[in-house]
Design a protein around this ligand. Sequence first.
Ligand code: NDP
Ligand code: GDR
Length: 376
Amino acid sequence: MASEADNTRSGSTPTTDNGDATSAIETQKHKVALITGITGQDGSYLTEFLLNKGYEVHGLIRRSSNFNTQRINHIYIDPHNTHKARMKLHYADLSDASSLRRWLDIIAPDEVYNLAAQSHVAVSFEIPDYTADVVATGALRLLEAVRSHIAATGRSHIRYYQAGSSEMFGSAPPPQSETTPFHPRSPYAASKCAAHWYTVNYREAYGIFACNGILFNHESPRRGENFVTRKITRAVGRIKIGLQSKLFLGNLQASRDWGFAGDYVEAMWMMLQQDKPDDYVVATEDSHTVEEFLQVAFGYVGLNWSDHVVIDKRYFRPTEVDNLKGDASKAKKVLGWKPKVGFEQLVKMMVDEDIELAKREKVLVDAGYLDAQQQP
Ligand code: NDP
Ligand code: GDR
């Protein structure tokens, strides 16, 4: 087996935030992680977590016409942040196999976290083909890049994490564990099932250290604004501050096992530190309806949700996932993982942040810099 120092790296070296071109391998004192989806909710928390553990973190970002790095700007640009030089960003896309292979060869990571996805379930009904290409075939492209990178370099210690989802259980009754059969209810969920089985297959066929995390819903103040929790807490903030009065929602009776994203990224890392690769459910084991989320979020600031919520059929899905509640006993026993943030604490954390955000918006609206309908 070739040592890491033997790895040939042809082509360009990674671009660093200050424009330097430094091969990760040449200066490898830290463990090196490669994250797809680094600009997403989980990518930002995982990057903070790994930097705190002393990792060098490389993130693959896709090109967009507007900047898409808002969630990691605080790590990227703050000159007082001592971790700054250890996060590096590179353009790639899960639909572009050659970019994935190229960056793997250049970065030579110890750990690969595949978090990138078209991750919105309802949107996957609108763009099913694209969703399958990124979520299912994208994972396959990355696994294949890992396989061929190992074959070319002998770096068989590389470890791979696949971001699986409780959506794969779909209509299977709760509690759902690693042994619960999948019954996906959307193009997104079916694509995640394919990615799950590609990961299992590459583990069995090629001996790759590849793990599936089957994560139940996890939220935070960095959650995308069109997922139901953040949509609600954004509205609570704006209604409380007087910037809007109504909130349009779909099915309020669906139940979800909601945890805090900051807790869940730790479980991803823990999976890759084990002696053997395996698959794990990560969940709080506590489930609530959307209506219960509304009660806690509005109630926290002294509002009654039913005065503001309007049901809009457009937010119902062709097939719904009614009831998700995880059984995380394997992760607790084997990984020693457990959630630190409970349901009410999570809701209040999100409302607190969105009240502050709404106050800043209000300043801009009052000064005439922003229309109340717009968001900064
Ligand atoms: P987000 O939607 O917040 O982030 C998705 C990330 O994927 C973004 O960085 C996005 O980039 C990137 N991305 C999208 N399409 C592509 C592409 N074609 N090529 C490269 N990058 C792409 O998701 P979360 O952070 O919430 O979730 C992380 C992963 O975990 C996802 O795979 C999701 O499906 C899965 N998951 C999430 C759960 C949750 O409750 N949050 C639960 C279970 C699984 P950009 O910023 O440019 O849009
Ligand atoms: P989910 O999250 O589909 O579970 O997928 P989402 O917040 O979108 O929906 C949760 C539940 O709320 C109901 N709902 C609404 N949802 C949205 N987005 N907007 C609404 O207005 C609305 N009204 C009611 C939904 O019908 C659903 O039952 C998330 C994503 O992060 C996935 O990527 C991840 O895999 C799973 O969690 C686990």
